[in-house]
Design a protein around this ligand. Structure first.
Ligand code: SAM
Ligand code: DTB
Ligand code: SF4
Length: 326
């Protein structure tokens, strides 16, 4: 039986069947192809460390079934209004000292307030974090074209806006905004000249075919998202997905490997959910082509591994944090 071929070209026309046959390859063949692509297009010993900060927490109008920050659910969470500039820059400075090269600010909004003081503070925060020599990433919900242009002008390098899952499964998880809304925001981000960080979540009770269709949607974006976060659901008490059933960890690895093959130049981020993974499972994710993690004991509102443990893991694997370019 001939196996699907790896191509050197970036392709945006993968069909779901083609992606499904890659995804379902024998594990050894899938990982070999993923590693070939990873080594061809990346410095495969380097892992980018990113740091996250929730700059506005909780009370969100959206009903995303996985999210502790939604006002529709009952997670045990302290809501916080937008942080002041000092608090943000202090956190960014600390992240840089600890080896992060990218700083991602997240806000629990459907979309940021259109203009005015709050938006002005976001622009200031972007400029201040950029001035520290960090790649600035923001994730603030839906943007219109003008907001995207202003964020770009202020120094935002990447905008994170996830598709989360397949178009088919999406309405089971989120009802307050559509897949099309998300694609519209991604278009504004691209048109404004920011890079795109777009991925999804696995382990929400979806089928393998949903993970494949998410990957198909991501690979159809042209250009590909420069950054593809693959999150393993963090099950939070009080959210509708609190008791989603365990995902076989090899499905996470297959998702990463397939993303690596079909989006060869993108940085694939092993994102939320690492506290649920053994060192060996994380190593498999790196073998599959993941080349970034979030570092710091907190993601936005949930736990992440200790920095010391992460540094030890990288060292044991002979992997290096990506060096700062500034
Ligand atoms: N409110 C903005 C939005 O939704 O675009 C930005 C912040 S939101 C928390 C960013 C992303 O975090 C979501 O799109 C989702 O993919 C991910 N996320 C949220 N809760 C999660 C959870 N419990 N487990 C895994 N990923 C999660
Ligand atoms: C992404 O895809 N994962 C990060 C980042 N983008 C903003 C967020 C993960 C959040 C996990 C749940 C929490 O800590 O609240
Ligand atoms: Fe709000 Fe974002 Fe959470 Fe959805 S994922 S509820 S939009 S903070």
């Amino acid at each position: 039986m001939s196996s699907p071929r790896v191509s050197d070209q970036t392709r945006h026309d993968y069909c779901a069947d083609g992606i499904a046959s890659l995804y379902a390859l024998p594990f050894t063949s899938l990982l070999r192809q993923a590693q070939e692509v990873h080594h061809r297009h990346h410095a495969a010993a380097q892992v980018q460390l990113c740091s996250l900060l929730s700059i506005k927490t909780g009370g969100c109008r959206e009903d995303c079934g996985y999210c502790p920050q939604s006002a529709h659910h009952n997670a045990d969470l302290q809501a916080e209004p937008l942080l002041n500039l000092d608090t943000i820059t202090t956190a960014a400075r600390r992240a840089k000292q600890r080896g992060a090269t990218r700083f991602c600010m997240g806000a629990a909004w459907r979309s940021p307030p259109t203009r005015g003081k709050v938006f002005a503070r976001l622009l200031e925060a972007a400029a201040a974090v950029k001035a520290l020599g960090l790649q600035v990433c923001m994730t603030l919900g839906m943007l219109d074209a003008e907001q995207a242009r202003q964020l770009k002008r202020a120094g935002v390098y990447a905008y994170n806006h996830n598709l989360d899952t397949s178009p088919r499964y999406y309405p089971q998880v989120i009802t307050t905004r559509t897949y099309a809304d998300r694609l519209a925001t991604l278009r504004h981000v691209r048109a404004a000249g920011m890079t795109i960080c777009c991925g999804g979540i696995v382990g929400m009770g979806e089928e393998r075919s949903d993970r494949v269709e998410l990957l198909q949607q991501l690979s159809s974006l042209n250009p590909h998202p420069e950054s593809v976060p693959i999150n393993l659901l963090v099950r939070v008490q009080g959210t509708p997905l609190a008791s989603a059933k365990d995902l076989d960890v090899f499905e996470l690895v297959r998702t990463i490997a397939t993303a690596r093959i079909i989006m060869p130049y993108s940085r694939v981020r092993l994102s939320a959910g690492r506290t649920q993974l053994s060192d060996e499972a994380q190593a498999l994710c790196f073998l599959a082509g993941a080349n970034s993690i979030f570092m710091g004991e907190k993601l936005l509102t949930t736990a992440n591994p200790d920095v010391d443990a992460d540094m030890q893991l990288l060292q044991r694997l002979g992997l290096q944090p990506l060096a700062s370019t500034s």
